[in-house]
Design a protein around this ligand. Structure first.
Ligand code: ZN
Length: 307
């Protein structure tokens, strides 16, 4: 259900999350035994997928023998229950047992699925939900208040500590990602450790007590020494590494002089629309726009396409 003008990859999850069912014990009982129930598997941080990047849905019966960490309820697809199961072990532990290997079915990471599926695809929305939720459970087994082991409740949307009574809820971490603009140029950067010649929009975590606009202005000032004079929200994207929400914005800046923070940014350059078009054609020495599964691609395309 993507409602923005720009549909980003990893959004557009088609499932009805069915919050009203999450307190029902039947979710982990009779619902699992239904003929139309299906389960998607995650091992390590990788999701079981078809050769084309779409998801592999299994019935629960065939999953019962597998070593399980956590099982969560994803929601309903046209009334049929959908679950995500995190397997105990690395993805390579299961490769030998995949009887359908010859069909190209295997565990793949989110980035590979994004590449395979290209633009926004319903499978990527489900990947984002499943992966973020299952990794949160894996990393929050113990109560942050009293250190006792907590347990999964509300079909996976809460962990409850029986020792001190504290409820813990899955988190999403906001990140701003912005295209700085001045005149007819935009700024792209290459982070420290990135391959030579690969550029994207600048980004950073929103800090507590900060608005989205303030975070954009602060990050631009810290990373490249620019002063933002206007910030405009464009679109957002769930980013399941492990559970960020990328908030995409355009930021108009006062001037073009750069003071680069060498600890974070290896290189930052002002580019023209013609240079980006050349890069898209494969006719430029640098890759000035990232793959289409990244919201930075949507931001740069939105700038290219504006009147
Ligand atoms: Zn506790």
């Amino acid at each position: 259900m993507a409602l923005a003008d720009i549909t980003t990859s990893f959004s557009g999850n088609p499932l009805d999350r069915a919050d009203h069912l999450r307190g029902d014990n039947e979710i982990f009982g009779t619902y699992l035994e239904r003929d139309d129930t299906r389960v998607v598997l995650m091992a390590g941080e990788q999701i079981l997928s078809q050769k084309d990047g779409t998801l592999v849905w299994l019935n629960y019966e065939s999953c019962k023998i597998l070593p399980q960490i956590n099982l969560i309820f994803l929601g309903l697809e046209e009334g049929a229950p959908r679950y995500a199961l995190h397997l105990y072990g690395a993805e390579t532990d299961f490769e030998g047992s995949l009887t359908y290997k010859e069909k190209g079915i295997k565990f793949r990471d989110g980035r590979t699925l994004g590449f395979k599926l290209g633009d926004a695809h319903p499978s990527l929305g489900i990947v984002a939900q499943a992966k973020s939720m299952l990794l949160w459970h894996q990393n929050h087994m113990f109560c942050a208040v009293c250190n006792a082991e907590s347990r999964l409740v509300k079909a996976g949307y809460e962990r409850l500590c029986d020792t001190c009574g504290t409820s813990h809820f899955p988190r999403t971490d906001p990140v701003v990602i912005m295209l700085a603009l001045h005149g007819d140029k935009a700024l792209v950067g290459r982070g420290v450790g990135w391959p030579e010649g690969n550029f994207s929009a600048l980004a950073g975590f929103v800090e507590p007590g900060e608005s989205m606009e303030e975070a954009v202005a602060r990050e631009l000032h810290e990373e490249v020494g620019l002063t933002a004079i206007k910030v405009k929200y464009v679109a957002s994207q769930p980013w399941p590494r492990p559970s960020s929400l990328m908030i995409g914005a355009m930021a108009w800046v006062e001037d073009t002089a750069l003071t680069i923070d060498a600890g974070e940014i290896a290189e930052a350059i002002w580019i023209t629309k013609e240079e980006v078009r050349a890069s898209l054609r494969g006719d430029h020495e640098k890759r000035l726009i990232p793959p289409s599964y990244a919201i930075a691609h949507n931001l740069i395309k939105a700038w290219l396409d504006e009147e």
